[in-house]
Ligand binder design. Structure first.
Ligand code: GDP
Ligand code: MG
Length: 180
């Protein structure tokens, strides 16, 4: 039996990672197909709601941006509350941001339960010529922590839609399993 037509899903997804890795631009690229060279332009945006179609059903994701809080190397517990998906972002041209991933994961795990769908995102793949973290390192870290992994570019759009959609799809699959 199929569910009643009016049934709606709304999933909260958070984006975390060091300052200037491209979190706000990944979100604006995904939700509005926009990119800003000036990072300050997007500060203050709380979340964007994006719908995707899965199995002919409209799934809504409310995707949260840190609005600059991460400059203090941590975000508040309110930010994580109710999250069922997370993208942990680093900048492939800055190793320090990659080294911070484990700390972000710890913070995420402290504030949410283990079923959160997580994707490790190595952003700025367009800057391959000044890369500081190899694809292999990203993959390995993701495997060690049970995360999906993808390199993206908010600048040229590479893998942005795929990365967000994959997280939302994974949440949907998890939730559907619980319901059944
Ligand atoms: P946030 O602090 O993590 O939200 O990072 P922002 O989205 O504000 O981006 C920080 C800076 O990196 C800005 O100058 C962006 O234009 C730039 N940026 C973001 N994503 C990319 C990308 O994929 N490629 C390149 N080359 N620059 C990017
Ligand atoms: Mg930002």
């Amino acid at each position: 039996m199929s569910d009643s037509e009016g049934e709606d899903y709304l999933f909260k997804v958070v984006i975390i990672g060091d300052s200037a890795v491209g979190k706000s631009n990944l979100l604006s690229r995904y939700a509005r197909n926009e990119f800003n060279m000036n990072s300050k332009a997007t500060i203050g945006v709380e979340f964007q709601t994006q719908s995707i179609d899965i199995d002919g059903r409209e799934i809504k994701a409310q995707i949260w941006d840190t609005a600059g809080q991460e400059r203090f190397r941590a975000v508040t517990s309110a930010y994580y509350r109710g999250a069922v998906g997370a993208l942990i972002v680093y900048d492939i041209t800055r190793r320090t941001t990659f080294n911070s991933v484990s700390r972000w994961l710890e913070e995420l795990n402290t504030h949410s339960d283990t079923t959160v769908a997580k994707m490790l995102v190595g952003n700025k793949s367009d800057l391959n010529n000044i890369r500081d973290v190899s694809v292999e390192e990203g993959k390995t870290l993701a495997e060690e922590n049970g995360l999906f992994f993808m390199e993206t570019s908010a600048l040229d759009s590479t893998n942005v839609k795929i990365a967000f959609d994959m997280v939302i799809r994974e949440i949907y699959v998890t939730v559907s399993r619980k319901v059944l």
